[in-house]
Design a protein around this ligand. Structure first.
Ligand code: OAD
Length: 265
């Protein structure tokens, strides 16, 4: 991509990370871009090629569950072939090595979870496990009995009859992700907003910051006297509010920001 981290800005951001007692990390699709997982908006984004109302709404699933599962099956395969990149790993280390860090993600790809397990080794990965605001592509939820469980098997979406069914009641299951028009889990949301209100710093990585309510979290930190640091190659609506905006890809900037990679020069 060719972006180079601005050293002065990086140094300011490192200081803010170092000084903060509590840090809320908010991530979006951009943090997984360098792992090979497509983002939603932007030139190569999924929403350029696909229509969300045909694939990511409860109405779309009711109308054509086969089509929706085909798309999620395809995304699962892409994600399953990907691994965490240096940004996921650096954040997991930050969360495990110092207290007071909470990772909140809009991503459904579980790459923060994989990074947490990888970095934890024998330790408890708990502090590095994210709040998954939009659910997980590797979980399913029953459309009839609301049973919810991990499900990583390949999906056979050739026909309605081959789609995955509930291990409990045998009815059709759906991906356990939040679709357009659906509410987020209230308990998760309350926890995320609580974290945002008490954070000294909100580190925002790889989100276009246009989807609510996640996009409000950094503003809550700001309103409560905290600061925002952003990592994104492109400007976003948050850039004007951020103390520092690092215009660089996450895998390059985040490890340096958290003190993983040695200083340049
Ligand atoms: P978007 O696709 O809207 O935004 C991705 C952001 O990542 C953009 O601002 C890019 O500039 C930035 N980006 C791209 N490459 C990057 C890199 N290498 N390093 C850092 N940043 C990079 O994704 P989200 O903001 O996550 O919702 O989208 C929010 C929600 O909209 C998603 O969770 C999804 C979608 O519809 C649901 O599925 C419910």
């Amino acid at each position: 991509m060719g972006e180079i981290v601005d050293e002065r800005e990086l140094e300011r951001a490192r200081r803010l990370v170092g000084e903060a007692g509590r840090i809320l990390v908010l991530t979006g699709a951009g943090i997984s871009a360098e792992s090979g997982v497509p983002t939603f908006r932007g030139e190569e984004g999924l929403w350029r090629r696909y229509r969300p109302e045909e694939l990511a709404t409860p109405e779309a699933f009711a109308r054509d569950p086969r089509l929706v599962w085909e798309w999620y099956g395809w995304r699962r395969e892409r994600i399953a072939a990907a691994g965490p990149n240096p940004a996921h790993l650096a954040l997991a280390r930050l969360a495990l090595d110092r207290g007071g860090v909470r990772i909140v993600t809009q991503n459904v790809d579980d790459l923060h979870g994989v990074a947490a397990a990888e970095v934890a080794g024998g330790r408890d990965p708990g502090p590095a496990l994210p709040l998954e605001l939009h659910g997980s592509i590797f979980r399913v939820r029953c459309t009839a009995c609301a049973e919810r469980y991990a499900h990583r098997e390949p999906v056979d979406a050739r026909s309605r009859e081959t789609l995955p069914t509930c291990r409990h009641c045998g009815e059709l299951v759906r991906p356990d992700v939040v679709w357009f028009g659906e509410a987020l889990d209230e308990r998760l949301l309350a926890e995320a907003f609580g974290e945002a209100a008490t954070a000294d710093l909100c580190l925002v990585v790889g989100t276009s910051a246009v989807v609510q309510p996640a996009a409000s979290l950094p503003r809550v930190t700001l309103d409560n006297g905290g600061r925002i640091v952003e990592v994104n190659p492109e400007p976003t609506p948050l850039s004007a509010l951020a103390e520092v905006s690092l215009r660089a890809p996450a895998a390059e900037a985040v490890p340096r920001l958290t003190g993983e990679a040695g200083r340049a020069g």
